[in-house]
Design a binder for this molecule. Structure first.
Ligand code: DCP
Ligand code: MG
Ligand code: MG
Length: 469
């Protein structure tokens, strides 16, 4: 929570659905079905995976003794997540440490401010899924969408008798034993693929998680948490209105964020039902046609947005927040510390960053969380090369004066100041191939340790799949 995830992860979350008031979504994600130019397959099978108590699982893998005890992962004064032993004893995600200790005095706490291990495991998970089918899209650190339509079609062609098997796992609002696979055979096959993938994730990475199986991303995400932990649920088309109706507030619809919910509330629309019943024209007046249509569709469980191959992050960043920082010495020390870990990650990534950005948050009583300011500058080639070649200490020492220059452009240090956050970010990341062709590339990220040939194949499949989006 305190350290930022890769920016791309943050953007993905917004781009995937509708609430993008501060980011412009890519054309494909922005377009509602009414203006979408390229058709999507009629019978998609989309999976959504969400790992169980993710940070806690990573810590339990690192130290198996923690499996037996109630475990909380602490960032500053908050328990960002806890294992299921702790949840049985009344501890919840995002509880304050004080409240959690009160509920469960025997709670064991592990600090979770350094995201290195979580990030590594997160990308291993995506990479593993991509080795089965390249159409994988990350959503945050512990979630992935996967479009398995083609895998399903291949299996469908080989399957003769559906009477012999049923759905794997739960079926939303049905006892699953009662539903025959011959009813929606594609979803039934999808449920088996999801089961196999969850098994692979468990045997290869030691992680458990939930999966949702449905005909689009929105529904797959909504249904995946129906039974937790370590279970999976399929949503049949006839139960779409049930699951949407259960949501209650519009805020529960993935992609309807705070800003959109506020604007909907101003129109008197609070529940999903209100949104379903609202005349489209009223929404068009407030949001414009594409967004209005998109909102209406989301409320009805309709989502044509494609699963978009994530590829490597577009930028790498790290940040820390604190109660008060008010001297340039502290700013310089903190920036140096953040740069050290960022430069190390950048080196492992292998690409050369072209741009450096410094972001700060100044303390204000009125607008505590939304007052970030940033400045950026190009990174001189000789520093970029130092990052790539692993001369990390040198690179940090040369980046620090650049960072401080950007800082002085935002803060008048001759007067008192009060910062609550510093973020350092590398963007415009270029591979050597990209430097030659002048194009951005995502080849290096997932292919570390694999042959270039293999990553090329996966990528060309990605591009092939993307072509229908
Ligand atoms: N996280 C965080 N700050 C937040 C929300 C989440 O640092 N405000 C981190 C900790 C979680 C991870 O992201 O482990 C994934 O978030 P989830 O909401 O998926 O929660 P968990 O995976 O921990 O639990 P669950 O089993 O309910 O999915
Ligand atoms: Mg999770
Ligand atoms: Mg999650």
């Amino acid at each position: 929570m305190e350290n930022s995830e890769d920016e791309e992860d943050e953007n993905e979350w917004r781009n995937s659905f509708v609430d993008s008031s501060t980011h412009s979504p890519p054309a494909a994600a922005a377009s509602g079905p009414s203006i979408s130019k390229t058709p999507v397959p009629a019978h998609r099978v989309i999976l959504h995976f969400d790992l169980d108590c993710f940070y806690a699982q990573v810590e339990m893998i690192r130290n198996p003794a923690l499996r037996e005890v109630p475990l909380g992962i602490q960032q500053k004064y908050i328990i960002v997540t806890c294992n299921y032993v702790a949840r049985e004893r009344g501890v919840n995600k995002l509880m304050s440490v004080t409240d959690a200790k009160e509920k469960c005095p025997e709670l064991v706490l592990v600090k979770g401010e350094d995201l290195t291990h979580y990030r590594e495991m997160s990308y291993k998970m995506t990479e593993l899924l991509m080795s089965y089918c390249p159409l994988v899209e990350r959503l945050g650190f512990d979630e992935n969408f996967m479009d398995v339509t083609e895998m399903v079609e291949q299996r469908l062609a080989q399957t003769v008798k559906f009477e012999d098997f049923s759905y794997k796992g739960h079926v939303y609002n049905h006892p699953s034993a009662d539903v025959k696979a011959s009813k929606y055979p594609r979803l039934a096959l999808g449920s088996h693929i999801a089961g196999e993938l969850r098994e692979a994730v468990h045997s290869k990475l030691g992680l458990t998680g939930c999966a949702g199986i449905a005909t689009n991303k929105l529904l797959a995400k909504l249904v995946s948490g129906t039974f937790k932990p370590n279970q999976q649920t399929t949503l049949l088309p006839e139960n779409i209105s049930d699951i949407m109706g259960c949501l209650g507030s519009v805020r529960k619809v993935p992609g309807v964020g705070h800003q959109t919910a506020k604007r909907l509330q101003a129109l008197g629309l609070v529940s999903v039902k209100d949104l379903q019943l609202c005349p489209l024209n009223d929404l068009v007046k407030e949001f414009g046609s594409p967004t209005a249509q998109r909102l209406k569709n989301l409320a009805l469980g309709v989502d044509d947005s494609p699963v978009t191959c994530t590829g490597a992050p577009q930028s790498l960043s790290d940040e820390d927040s604190f109660k008060k920082m008010s001297s340039t010495k502290e700013v310089s020390e903190k920036t140096q510390q953040l740069l050290s870990s960022l430069v190390e990650r950048m080196h492992k990534d292998g690409r050369q960053p072209q741009t450096f950005r410094l972001t700060i948050r100044k303390y204000t009583t009125t607008n505590k969380w939304f007052s970030r300011e940033s400045r950026q500058c190009p990174i001189p080639n000789h520093i970029g090369q130092k990052i790539c070649s692993g001369s990390s200490d040198d690179a940090v020492m040369q980046l620090l004066p650049l960072a401080m220059k950007l800082f002085y452009r935002m803060v008048d240090y001759s007067a008192p100041f009060h910062l609550t956050l510093i973020n350092v970010c590398f963007s415009n990341l270029q591979t050597r191939a990209a430097a030659v062709t002048g194009k951005g590339s995502i080849t290096s990220f997932f292919s570390r340790g694999t042959s270039p040939k293999k990553s090329q194949t996966v990528l060309s499949q990605c591009q092939h799949h993307k072509s229908y989006t």
